[in-house]
Design a protein around this ligand. Structure first.
Ligand code: MF3
Ligand code: CO
Ligand code: CO
Length: 253
């Protein structure tokens, strides 16, 4: 197993796909409201992806049925959009989109809030967002991948939260999930060294209660907190540059 160093041409392709994935999250924002089904949001996003000349990477991925993951409240990740799931006042919602544009993958997710949300939920979301930012700031040639998880976990735990360790970030771009795995809780100085041209996701999942997750035995995908407490997540696709990093999943619309 080895970490791909992308060529200039590959980087530009992955940049375009990543921007499209970020644009999907921007496009869907006004529709993410109380009363809408998650299946409807998924349909809208799938149409937008196709209209922009791409396809969703998740449809058919290991049998996954939908164009996005929509994970509400205690769902940590991999919530499957459904006609039966209607967004409610007070919900916190992660939407995760991965696009394939001209063969290149871009992967991003963010949190949305529905109506009036508890202060506790807002604090969790802010901490999760900031923990991703701190993780991203570790990225530069010569840094170790473990530095990312160290920065994320140190901050999240200082605020009293726990860090999910059963799902990781990942290399991305030519394939959906490439080497390495990016741990969101790690020892400083552990792991491989970063080099310019590497591209990977950082996607911390932060919990109010215990870190453990349990997978729904009926659908085989939906990951929930073991104690039913809230979880939040943000994800960006990151390029290691000669001097530091570039966040590839920045919207352009
Ligand atoms: N987008 C997710 C990630 O960040 C993976 C979703 S796989 C799926 O890695 F099959 F659940 F869609
Ligand atoms: Co990812
Ligand atoms: Co993702």
């Amino acid at each position: 197993m080895s970490i791909i160093i992308k060529t200039e041409e590959q980087i530009e392709g992955i940049r375009q796909s990543s921007r499209l994935a970020a644009n999907v999250l921007k496009y869907i924002e006004p529709f993410v409201k109380e009363g809408v089904t998650t299946a409807h949001l998924d349909d809208l996003m799938n149409s937008y992806i196709i209209k922009n000349g791409a396809i969703s990477a998740t449809i058919g991925y290991q049998g996954y049925p939908k164009a996005s993951c929509i994970s509400i409240n205690e769902v940590v990740c991999h919530g499957i959009p459904s006609e039966k799931v209607i967004l409610q006042n007070g919900d916190i919602v992660n939407i995760d989109v991965t696009t394939i544009l001209n063969g290149y993958f871009g992967d991003t997710s963010k949190m949305f809030t529905i109506g009036e949300v508890s202060e506790e939920a807002i604090a969790l979301i802010e901490t999760t967002k900031h923990s991703l930012d701190l993780g991203i700031q570790q990225v530069k040639p010569g840094a170790n991948f473990g530095d990312i998880g160290y920065a994320i976990a140190r901050y999240a735990q200082s605020k009293g939260y726990s860090v999910v360790y059963e799902f990781c970030g990942h290399g991305v771009g030519i394939q959906f999930h490439e080497d390495p795995q990016i741990e969101h809780i790690a020892r400083k100085g552990s792991g491989a060294k970063m080099k310019a041209g590497m591209i990977f996701t950082i996607e911390p999942m932060i919990n109010i209660g215990k870190p453990r997750v349990t997978i729904d035995r009926n659908d085989g995908w939906t990951a929930k907190t073991i104690d039913g407490e809230l979880s939040a997540q943000f994800e960006h696709t990151i390029l290691v540059t000669e001097t530091g990093f570039e966040i590839l999943t920045i919207p352009t619309i």
